[in-house]
Write a protein that binds this ligand. Structure first.
Ligand code: GGG
Length: 355
């Protein structure tokens, strides 16, 4: 198979972790006899620096021409410390998602046996936790307008908008996922307070009878946040709106032992995109210390979801599992023990696949 992959490393640790995902992708292609063509493009703060636009039209063309997009991370502290910056790297991420029609962000939360003791939660609660959070990605407060400040600068406003079509689309996707798993769907909202959440819940209740084989339940987001760390094993598939999904999955990463462990797949209309859930971790940029596993596991999701190559995806996950069992971990997991560099982890995983 010939795989056309757009490569958007982005900012901060993006280029370092991307190098590891590309090594691993090449190793998989070698082992399973695929050809891969990688086309690089810029996005984020580096694109603002280069051309004044965090998602330039040339980058969009590269993404549209590819079968899949591998994306690293976006963000730079010079923007975080300047709330009035006229252009922000994150605008590139939002435009990329919107223009590529990536409405469904699939975030698998799974535990690796050798990292159970790294979770601050009780091992007996965490062991075997395996659920998927489906985050709606092109609606809600991230995109609702108006958004801004009053003229005197002392009042700020965001707008949360969801249409029936957007909610039905993501719920159908979530039901299809639940059908392939343990057949349980949890709809997460704040329907006791927020109008868009009430529409979510109404539509979910209308749709549930279309999926009689799936057990549907409903949780307010505050309650879901608590249960995710209290009883992570009670979940199978969660579906929620954009902002809630962003927050809940960072919280869920605690279960796995590190934010550097969680990959994601964004699927939708024009192409599909694969990125770690974490950001650009600027404090670690250029130091070769960041955990590349979430990026490497995102490449596994790319083989599965973009190319329907399940054995290839499983080979990556198996290699990551073996690396963790062998103690090949970066410093935030090593916690004073032997820590490996970003590139050593990538080398180990790709050599394991190729051996
Ligand atoms: N790899 C994901 C990334 O760069 N995240 C930075 C960020 O600001 N994300 C916000 C979001 O995912 O909506």
């Amino acid at each position: 198979m010939n795989l056309k992959i757009a490569v958007l490393a982005g900012d901060g640790i993006g280029p370092e972790i991307m190098d590891q995902a590309l090594k691993v992708t090449r190793a998989v292609c070698k082992r399973f006899n695929h050809e891969a063509t990688f086309t690089e493009a810029i996005t984020g703060a580096c694109a603002i620096d280069a051309v004044g636009d965090p998602y330039p039209p040339e980058t969009h063309q590269v993404c549209m021409a590819a079968d899949a997009v591998l994306f690293g991370a976006i963000g730079h502290p010079k923007y975080d410390n300047n709330p009035n910056a006229p252009i922000r790297p994150e605008q590139g991420l939002l435009r990329m998602r919107k223009q590529l029609g990536l409405y469904g962000n699939i975030r698998p939360v799974m535990t690796f046996p050798s990292l159970i003791h790294k979770s601050p939660l009780r091992a007996d609660l965490v062991e075997g936790a395996d659920f998927v959070c489906i985050r709606e990605l092109t609606g809600g407060m991230y995109f609702g307008r108006p958004q801004g400040r009053s003229e005197d600068g002392n009042t700020a406003y965001d707008t949360c908008v969801y249409t029936r079509e957007e909610i039905e689309r993501i719920l159908h996707l979530a039901y299809r996922f639940a059908r392939q798993r343990r057949k349980k769907l949890t709809v997460v909202d704040k329907a006791n307070v927020i109008a868009t959440s009430r529409l979510w819940r109404q539509i979910a209740q209308e749709m549930a009878p279309q999926y009689p084989d799936i057990e549907t339940d409903y949780l307010f987001v505050d309650n879901a946040a608590m249960r995710i760390i209290q009883w992570p094993r009670s979940f199978d598939v969660l579906v929620t709106e954009n902002l809630f999904g962003d927050i809940l999955t960072d919280e869920a990463s605690v279960i796995t032992g590190s934010l550097g462990m969680l990959p994601s797949a964004s699927i939708g209309i024009h192409t599909s995109l694969f990125e770690p859930i974490h950001g650009s971790y600027p404090q670690a940029a250029g130091k070769n210390i960041a955990n590349p596993v979430a990026m490497i596991l995102s490449a596994a999701l790319m083989f599965e979801y973009a190319f329907n190559l399940h054995e290839e995806g499983a080979a990556i996950r198996q290699a990551v599992n073996a690396s963790l069992e062998a103690g090949i971990v970066t410093e935030e997991i090593a916690e004073g023990g032997k820590a490996y560099t970003t590139s050593e982890v990538g080398d180990w995983v790709s050599e394991y696949i190729d051996s």
